[in-house]
Design a protein around this ligand. Sequence first.
Ligand code: ASP
Length: 300
Amino acid sequence: MKKPDYALLLHGGAGPTPGRDYSEVEAHLGFLVREGEKMLRGGAQAVDTVEAMVRELELSGLYVAGRGSAPNTEGYVELDASIMDGNSGLAGSVAAVRDIESPVTAARAVMDNTPHVMLVGAGANHFCEQQGIALVANPADWYRLPVGVEIADFDDEEGGHGTVGAVALDCSGNLASATSTGGLFGKLPGRVGDTPLIGSGTWADQHVAVSCTGIGECFIRANVAHSIAMQVRLGISTLEEAAANCLEEVAYMGGDGGLIAIDREGNICLPWNSDGMKRASVVAGQPPEVHVFGQPSKGV
Ligand code: ASP
């Protein structure tokens, strides 16, 4: 296969419930992946593209991230997000932040404007204020129920969850990844999942970019995103095999979820082992695809 000039994958979480209507999500993902394609075709960098995509996913309120996030056991929303630029190897993340309109924008500011990788809690919120990052003025009006989620889901013992993410290969051959979440429904205050952890929920280097979604505790213990990149880099597995190996480990630990991954040759994979994963992809020269359910990838 000839290496494509660019490619972009999006996910809106691996927690959809069979039988519910996700047509609004499908339309949004379809619109967004075309917008992202325009950016990449116009020469945008992968890191700027994934940030823009995740920001739009957060602000839409259609997914369990940003505006669509659910409250924790104390009744308030805590948000996690991260971004990694495969070209520079730099990364930024925020965890357990409150009432930030776009947590991925905050993660990008950590990457660009501090010597650190990760800021959490009150310190991260203080940093956002100093940086002029948009805050939620009135939380009661801002947060909304994402598509496919019902109030009763908050009491479900299995626990609802969701996340958004993007990975991209740009026309200069660089890769990047970004991920953002409101986490698990009914989580404890201060609980942090895989999403803001570089190497667990998000990874990008000069070979591979990965963004994960699912039960974060299992993705952390399997260190999924970096493990995939390492297997590919060492030539142990293809991208698809590496992703399948890691999801198998997540399942072995009792978790489920999915991921989107891309390598520098433009190979892509979007596997999951839950009921489905909201996802969209576009590879240069091919029409975009959008799916919520359907067959998981081979080997998963
Ligand atoms: N991974 C996220 C977390 O554990 C949730 C999800 O992706 O559905 O916070």
